[in-house]
Design a protein around this ligand. Sequence first.
Ligand SMILES: [Zn+2]
Length: 121
Amino acid sequence: MSAPCGTTSGYQRHIRHGERPCDACRKVNSAHTYARHGEAQRARTRALTRLAHAHPDAFAALEIREFAADGVTTRSGPAYQRAHRRAKSELARLLPTEYADLLAAELAAEAHPVATRQEPR
Ligand SMILES: [Zn+2]
């Protein structure tokens, strides 16, 4: 009962057998890897947002500083978005432990059930 081609288990089977994964397996595996990357990015964004919501005053102060640095005067547009993101990153740098906890929780929430399933021994 070997894993069929065109699945991530099929890809793993090729690797285990020392084979070069076939096209179908490679395609599925890289799509899976990109999806995981997207999940990690969404988890980071949500963790930063939750951190900002947990510390509204500290975040507002950082935002004002970043807005002033870039001459941002309206809460819209790419310059505002950049300053807003920098303020969130700065808050994460100031509160590394709290950010790490939030990120771990968000990553766990994103985790694909298949990725965490234990293989029977
Ligand atoms: Zn294959």
